[in-house]
Ligand binder design. Structure first.
Ligand code: BES
Ligand code: MN
Ligand code: ZN
Length: 498
């Protein structure tokens, strides 16, 4: 069962709960709630600090069982480091540490008095929203394919508690947002983590249909013959090498008025990227099951938005296919005609993301969009440029770019602006067709974005290259659920402004 979240106004020292969680600083200073608890427990916390038996170092935790003078079963002390330096990153680390400490106890219900700690540049709403997201993330597990599931976690319920009433409504709203974003992320993570033999284009279509049914969204699935009729030659060129039928998913959420132009989200849905005839090397190729994380983030964002019901209209477009070598596969040098009518020389079949996206971007025109945002694990070069921290943000509209960067900062799902200068377009020239699908080694993430820009000239458009941020490698291998927080936050801001 999923972790539950709620809010409550109560005095911490009198609260009967499985676990009472309060914050302390490295200086020995106590948060307001910690101080109240300390008084009721006859100076227990100050005594522990004096003896150097607990430190307030960032992320340090201590669980005390049945402390005298308090009504709780356990008191959990969490270090928040240096008070003056506490920022978003530190706060998130401390909450993560608190949840990890609770994981090793039998506590079913925990009351967190943490939103009250001042975090540089953030308000109480932010702290509450982030606590929900961080806690959900810390407890996420993907065990669909394990015969031996780990025993269910004891912790079932986190209450974001406040000592006084003044922020209660704001925190309740923030918790609802955090819950929706966390559920959207978990949905995206599950899709990303599923292997490509299960998570095929048909599976994505099935998941979209289920989501649409559950939340009463519009859904349409275009089949190969529909794509042929429309003339999606670029998308079809990628699908040619695979036995799995491609799908083009269209989702619609109508929460705004009829006259409100929609935002269109376009997600790259390559359910496995072998590179095609331009075959990838074997090492870490398994990670190319994550090449549909853009699509997953669109579905996850739809889930969050459908929960929160903001006043806006939203369209989701997901071109979904495998990229396989095979007797029928596209070969380097092949020329295809895109939905836009322009021809593309496919010099490298591994640059397939931009091929499926360019047809989706042309298809987006029919919705008369207010803005189009595509999300794609598009280039290894973006990982080289920005690592696993920032998503690459490209845009042909300054306002849209700034709004996305701002949403990313707030959601702590950050992006970094990259250039789309005309000068780079030169690298995409083809002697035989209107454009080539690769631009050589220099600025590989930029030239991929420049390719897309050519198909997005008719509207406000942004491109998020999530190649470095959509999943983690190594021992914690797995999808991250990014950029569901960024996208959902952007859409909520937008709905508030209009
Ligand atoms: N899905 C990959 C991008 C990718 C690679 C993301 C590694 C994360 C990690 C994409 O389809 C791709 O193969 N891009 C090529 C483009 C090149 C052929 C111009 C790349 O980045 O090498
Ligand atoms: Mn590729
Ligand atoms: Zn790819």
């Amino acid at each position: 069962m999923a972790l539950e979240f709620s809010t409550k106004v109560a005095e911490p020292d009198k609260l009967a709960t499985d676990a009472l969680v309060v914050g302390i600083y490295e200086s020995g200073k106590l948060s307001e709630s910690a101080a109240a608890v300390d008084r009721a427990a006859k100076g227990l916390i100050t005594e522990l600090i004096k003896r150097k038996d607990v430190s307030g170092k960032l992320g340090a935790t201590r669980v005390l069982v049945k402390p005298a003078g308090l009504a709780c079963e356990r008191l959990v002390l969490v270090g928040f480091g240096k008070e003056q330096e506490l920022g978003a990153k530190g706060y998130r680390e401390a909450v993560h540490a608190a949840v990890s400490a609770l994981k090793d106890t039998g506590a079913k219900r925990a009351h967190f008095y943490l939103a009250e700690l001042p975090v540089r540049g953030c308000d109480v709403r932010w702290s509450a929203r982030q606590a929900v997201i961080v806690a959900s993330d810390a407890l996420y597990r993907f065990e669909e394919f394990k015969s031996q599931k780990s025993p269910p976690a004891a912790l079932q319920h986190i209450v974001l508690a406040l000592a006084d009433r003044s922020f209660a409504d704001a925190v309740a709203e923030a918790v609802a947002e955090g819950r929706a974003i966390a559920a959207g992320m978990a949905f995206a993570k599950n899709l990303g983590n599923r292997p490509s033999n299960l998570c095929t284009p048909s599976h994505l279509a099935e998941q979209a249909r289920q989501l649409a049914k559950e939340y009463k969204l519009g859904v349409e699935v275009l089949e190969r013959k529909d794509m042929e009729k429309l003339g999606m030659g670029a998308l079809l060129a990628v699908a040619k090498g695979s036995h799995e039928p491609p799908k083009f998913l269209v989702l619609q959420y109508n929460g705004g008025g009829k006259k409100n132009k929609p935002v269109v989200l376009v997600g790259k849905g390559v359910t496995f990227d072998t590179g095609g005839i331009s075959l990838k090397p074997a090492a870490e190729m398994d990670e190319m099951k994550f090449d549909m994380c853009g699509a997953a983030s669109v579905l996850g964002t739809f889930r969050a938005i459908a929960e929160l019901k903001p006043k806006l209209n939203l369209v989701g477009l997901i071109p979904a296919t495998e990229n396989m070598p095979g007797g029928g596969a596209t070969k380097p040098g092949d020329i295809v005609k895109s939905l836009s009518g322009r021809t593309i020389e496919i010099l490298n079949t591994d640059a397939e993301g931009r091929l499926i996206l360019c047809d989706a971007l042309t298809y987006a025109e029919r919705f008369n969009p207010a803005a189009v945002i595509d999300i794609a694990t598009l280039t290894g070069a973006c990982v080289i440029a920005l690592g696993h921290v920032a998503t690459g943000v490209y845009a042909n509209d300054e306002t849209l770019a700034e709004q996305l960067l701002e949403a990313g900062r707030e959601a702590w799902d950050r992006g970094w602006r990259m250039p789309l200068w005309e000068d780079y377009q030169e690298q995409l020239k083809s002697p035989f067709a209107d454009v080539a699908n690769i631009g050589g080694r220099p600025a590989g993430s930029v030239t991929a974005a420049c390719f897309l820009a050519r198909f997005a000239e008719k509207y406000s458009w942004a491109h998020l290259d999530i190649a470095g941020t959509a999943w983690k490698s190594g021992k914690d291998k797995g999808a991250t659920g990014r950029p569901v927080p960024l996208l959902t936050t952007y859409l909520l801001h937008r709905a508030r402004q209009s």
